[in-house]
Design a protein around this ligand. Structure first.
Ligand SMILES: [Cu+2]
Length: 130
């Protein structure tokens, strides 16, 4: 049956293309340049000023990053959606800035004020001082 043969070919092509797209997506990450040199990682401490959810850009008032950036407020792309969702305007954070050529982005976001779990008791739990 001719019709079925064509259908099978079309199906193969469709599957092949899907597999191909998936492969290249996961291999390169989000918008990664085809540059084989590893990204440099810097520690970033700062305050989230503003977020742009459509572009996944965070405006962060950062402390000086030794060897890369003076203390300044600037836009940082956050490539990882899960990382971007951790950010809240007005929050103090620590994070990593990855720099690769002209490209840079923020990841490993942590709340800077977050105490280690169970470390500090809440003031209201403390017994009244005598
Ligand atoms: Cu800057």
């Amino acid at each position: 049956m001719r019709k079925n043969t064509w259908l099978a070919i079309a199906l193969c092509l469709a599957l092949g293309l899907t597999a191909c797209a998936k492969k290249s997506e996961s291999a390169s990450g989000a918008n990664a340049a085809p540059d084989s040199s590893p990204a440099k990682e810097y520690a970033l401490k700062g305050e989230v000023i503003r977020l742009d959810p459509s572009l996944h850009i965070a405006v962060i008032k950062g402390e000086k990053i030794e060897g890369w950036m003076e203390a300044m407020t600037m836009e940082y792309p956050v490539k990882d959606v899960a990382e971007f969702q951790k950010l809240k305007a007005g929050e103090k954070i620590q994070a990593s800035v990855f720099v690769k050529g002209d490209d840079y982005w923020v990841s490993n976001v942590q709340e800077a004020s977050a105490a280690p779990a169970g470390a500090a008791p809440l003031p209201s739990d403390a017994p009244p001082a005598k």
